[in-house]
Write a protein that binds this ligand. Structure first.
Ligand code: AMP
Length: 664
């Protein structure tokens, strides 16, 4: 069986972790970074870029580069807030009211889950390379306050990436696992998690490896991005006042302002004032226009008082639900880059008297916790038990549009809860089960998770039939609803998929497409690699030829030089013809020829630098020299282009460069 990894799928950055020898650790990506930007883009040749490479083209190709996708996952168009739509790429609603992202270069529309699946795939690919083995499954973290649709959609994204989701884990719970997995004392912990696009608060009790979540709350539309947005608006308004132009209407300018705002915000966590410079941001009647300004921390803080107020609401709600007083909290764990802002830290200090714990890295703690959970599920970590809760109340719509709650928020999961309902009219043959999630009294003010109909109810006066409705929430926080007519025993049950952006058919279609494309992509990559290798080798061979001509003259090693020249021409011809099969053979010949030339050059240098050596050689005692470690100036074994020979199995005679047959 392959490995199970832990993935923190962040709005801004994502991190992957794994349990190695009983300790959780973060895996660096192919670029060497421990965090991967959650950005997906397509180049002008429709090549897919993920992570840092995609992030780099954010400004140059804002319409084909997609960031902050997590804000769209599992959301239908009508639920989106105005500020979520302020992205430089095009987002629109399809005919079913689902969110679609438009990509001009590929001339396609994508569901946000489809693009997010590319991020998951990249993280897993990099992890497989690092681990040297296949990754079969993943623990994926989501904001605790994600509703059922957002959780379902996250799972869909992983499925599209070909990854089995072993568990959907709440981010603050993951952070607490990372914080408390090797602490034995009993602590009451508040996890305050301000990421790029979401905010979560959880209160939990950790005691001897048992993690009991007491209450959780949050805001899935509030995060570090909103603070950036305040700086963007401040810059744009100033510019508008001065030049009469709204830069937010220009996608490229907007993207540049987004980047500058995020940078300024981060810098203001360390210094009191920061410069913002955006040259050539627009063109006015008199030529190019620039932004050159400075932002002071106090001004920035004055731009955000309402955002700070919004942070207070979930904290108070979670404290109220837990029944704990702030001074009963032993530790505060700060998670997410947003908690580095001094104003946020101060806010936390005004809420809980104990200073925040400094021992965890806010960027990595969630992935570390997910890796711990992977260890619990695989049986590697024993004596740890996690009792999570459901973040939002779940219920049914009853007469008059009221919400009847079956499972109140902060109920420990997994849980099953049922109740009996009846008909509201005489001879009613069917009932509609309309499932909602949220805290409002009127069902329509909450989030609809979907509906289904139980039919075949025998005719009876109103209030007589008995329909038992049961809600099941599994350990992932995912819901299944069933309804049974107690008279006939007829039962109907559904996995709720209300707000997911993709239906099952679309998922299957994308999975089949991905299978077909995977083979095509692999072939494309192999051919690109072959061509690149050939080009690198040709450049290297040409350099070697120049060295040889300089050191030995044009005819100094004529046979070896000619062999290299002929092979270079062959490789170049085949590159032009794009004949990859023959190219492979001619690359091997060029490597062989180059190897010969390299040896010839090395031996000539050796002879030149030691005149006695030549005499020694003529007496045939070269063998001893050949195998002394410092014989080769350029160790041919370190040459990536040397012919494919196995050093261990090679007889010494095979290496004799003085044997002319060797080079043929
Ligand atoms: P996360 O989703 O945990 O990766 O958090 C990313 C958010 O944290 C982004 O909005 C970042 O701009 C923000 N962030 C990262 N570092 C800092 C910092 N030093 N000061 C303020 N915000 C930061």
């Amino acid at each position: 069986m392959g490995r199970i990894v832990g993935i923190d799928l962040g709005t801004t950055n994502s991190v992957i972790g794994v349990l190695e020898a009983g300790r959780p650790q973060v895996i660096a990506n192919a670029e060497g970074s421990r965090t991967t930007p959650s950005v997906v883009g397509y180049t002008k040749d429709s090549e897919l870029l993920v992570g840092q490479l995609a992030r780099r083209q954010l400004v140059l190709s804002p319409r084909n580069t997609f960031s902050n996708l997590k804000r769209f996952v599992g959301r239908v168009w009508d639920e989106l807030e105005e500020n979520s739509l302020s992205v430089p790429y095009t987002v629109r609603a399809n005919t079913q009211g689902n969110v679609r992202v438009t990509c001009p270069v590929t001339e396609r529309e994508y569901a946000p889950e489809e693009l997010v699946s590319c991020i998951i795939r990249k993280l897993v690919d990099d992890a497989e390379t690092y681990l040297g083995e296949k990754v079969d499954g993943a623990i994926i973290t989501v904001p605790a306050y994600f509703n059922d649709s957002q959780r379902q959609s996250t799972r869909d994204a992983a499925r599209l990436a070909g990854i089995n989701v072993e568990r959907i884990l709440n981010e603050p719970t993951a952070a607490a696992l990372a914080y408390g997995f090797d602490r034995s004392s009993t602590r009451r912990v508040l996890v305050f998690d301000l990421g790029g696009g979401t905010f979560d608060v959880s209160l939990m009790r950790i005691s001897n490896g048992v993690f009991d979540v007491k209450a959780t709350s949050g805001d899935t539309q509030l995060g570090g991005n909103d603070f950036d947005q305040r700086i963007v608006d401040w810059l744009a308004e100033q510019f508008k006042k001065e030049h009469g132009l709204d830069l937010r209407r220009d996608r490229q300018a907007l993207q540049r302002m987004n980047e500058a705002a995020e940078k300024a915000k981060q810098e203001l966590s360390g210094v009191a004032t920061t410069p913002i410079s955006l040259p050539f941001i627009a063109t006015g009647n008199d030529g190019p226009l620039h932004i050159e300004t400075t932002l002071e921390r106090s001004i920035f803080e004055n731009l955000c008082p309402d955002l700070l107020d919004r942070l207070l609401v979930p904290v108070k709600s979670a404290l109220r639900d837990s029944g704990w007083q702030p001074d009963q909290i032993d530790d505060v764990v700060l998670v997410g880059g947003g908690t580095r802002m001094p104003m946020v830290k101060q806010l936390v200090r005004t809420l809980v008297p104990n200073p925040p714990c400094q021992s965890v890295n806010p960027d990595e703690v969630v992935a570390i916790g997910a890796a711990v959970q992977a260890g619990i599920l695989s049986g590697e970590l024993r004596d740890l038990l996690l009792n999570d809760v459901t973040p939002l109340s779940l219920g049914l719509e009853t007469v008059g549009g009221l919400m009847k709650v079956l499972i109140p928020r902060n109920t420990p999961i997994p849980v099953r809860q049922s109740d009996v309902f009846s008909t509201s009219e005489a001879n009613q043959a069917s009932v509609e089960i309309n499932v909602w999630q949220g805290e409002r009294q009127l069902a329509q003010d909450n989030k609809s998770l979907g509906k289904f109909r139980l039919s075949g109810i025998p005719p009876a006066p109103r209030g007589i039939p008995q329909v038992q409705v049961a809600f099941d929430i599994d350990a992932n926080g995912l819901l299944e609803v069933s309804a049974t007519d107690r008279t006939t025993g007829r039962k109907q049950s559904v996995n709720i998929k209300g707000g997911s952006n993709l239906n099952e058919d679309e998922i299957q279609k994308l999975l089949n497409e991905a299978k077909l494309k995977a083979e095509e992509d692999r072939r494309k990559r192999v051919s690109i690699d072959k061509r690149n290798n050939a080009l690198t080798l040709v450049a290297q061979a040409e350099r070697r030829l120049r060295d040889a001509a300089l050191e030995l003259g044009p005819y100094g090693a004529e046979r070896q030089q000619r062999a290299v020249e002929v092979s270079i021409r062959d490789v170049q011809d085949l590159l032009a013809e794009n004949d990859l099969h023959e190219l492979e053979l001619s690359v091997a010949s060029l490597q062989e020829a180059l190897f010969g030339l390299n040896r010839r050059l090395s031996s000539e240098r050796k002879i030149d630098s030691n005149p006695l050596q030549g005499i020694k050689n003529t007496f045939g005692s070269i063998k001893d020299e050949l195998f002394s470690d410092d014989y080769w100036d350029d160790d041919p074994w370190d040459d990536p282009n040397r012919p494919n020979m196995d050093r261990r199995n090679m007889g010494r005679r095979d290496l004799d460069p003085w044997n002319d047959d060797f080079y043929r």
